[in-house]
Design a protein around this ligand. Sequence first.
Ligand SMILES: Nc1ncnc2c1ncn2[C@@H]1O[C@H](COP(=O)(O)OP(=O)(O)OP(=O)(O)O)[C@@H](O)[C@H]1O
Length: 341
Amino acid sequence: MNNIKNMTIGQLRQKYPFIINYFEENRLNVEGFEDKTFVEYLDHFTEEEKEEWAIDTHKLLEDLSSYIIQMIGFLGLEDDNRIESLTILPGTDKDGKKEGFHELTIHKSEIVSIVGPTGSGKSRLLADIEWTAQKDTPTGRTILINGEIPDKKWRFSSNNKLVAQLSQNMNFVMDLTVEEFIRLHAESRMVENIERVVEEIIEAANNLAGEKFELNTPITSLSGGQSRALMIADTAILSSSPIVLIDEIENAGIDRKKALNLLVSSDKIVLMATHDPILALMADKRIVIKNGGIERVIGTSQEEKEVLIQLEKMDSIIQNMRNDLRKGLTITKEKFLIDNQ
Ligand SMILES: Nc1ncnc2c1ncn2[C@@H]1O[C@H](COP(=O)(O)OP(=O)(O)OP(=O)(O)O)[C@@H](O)[C@H]1O
């Protein structure tokens, strides 16, 4: 909260859209001062003006902080920037044996992949994080937020979720168009410039999806890949959740690299369970799960990053081939010969 004084009015309005009401209530016209801090704005009044309009700068500044704190409390919103890290403390594997790591802390803008055989417990780890487990799940793990035991409110608040889940089954049942869906979400988040957000989300989603869709497309008629793309764009741009959990993004028919970049660029902690080598190596670290327990945590090496570049080339060949086949074209050797040196 200390940095309110250092934020520009534009930044304040973006972070706390309700703040326009404060300016209105106090009959302060801040137009044209978006690049100035609130203190700078108040300083622009002359002594005569302050007297004439009874402007008490000191009080206005103090009231602004209280107003923001009260509104956040009232609306059940949280300052998501407060989340800097997520820590996993070990529990036990399926045989009750202690897990093979001491503690794992993941910071903002980090991507961690979760690998392991089918049924080994990848989804269970994501579920532990979502529930902010406190030795009260089958694994006995403990989840800390910013190094501390998190408030239980995270578990139950629907408006203010710690975690956004992007799961394989993204079947919409609501009878809404894409635009109505985004608007509804934007309104519930009290976004100021809804039009802009709607535009941004549809653009980002179409950038991820193979086939473009329109604002008036009913969400029930989106393909699996398109609804995935919409949810990822919506989560990156509009969700207040600082942690994103992804279970199996691979078959979604979207540009996986762009999707991850979009999520990470919005300062989120991203954890994804995956069987896909490209996604596994794109992460900064990977958690290896075996028999229900975290066996080890591996940092992605420089050599692996180099292999990843090759893998991405191979992948783009496959993607192009897929697109050509979809378009009814034939496959030629020249176009798809892999240069393997
Ligand atoms: N440490 C554990 N102790 C007890 N049960 C566990 C543990 N870890 C996982 N399980 C259980 O094992 C089962 C399989 O786990 P899970 O569904 O997480 O596997 P998965 O790795 O996600 O599989 P897939 O790759 O098929 O999606 C679940 O019922 C889960 O609750």
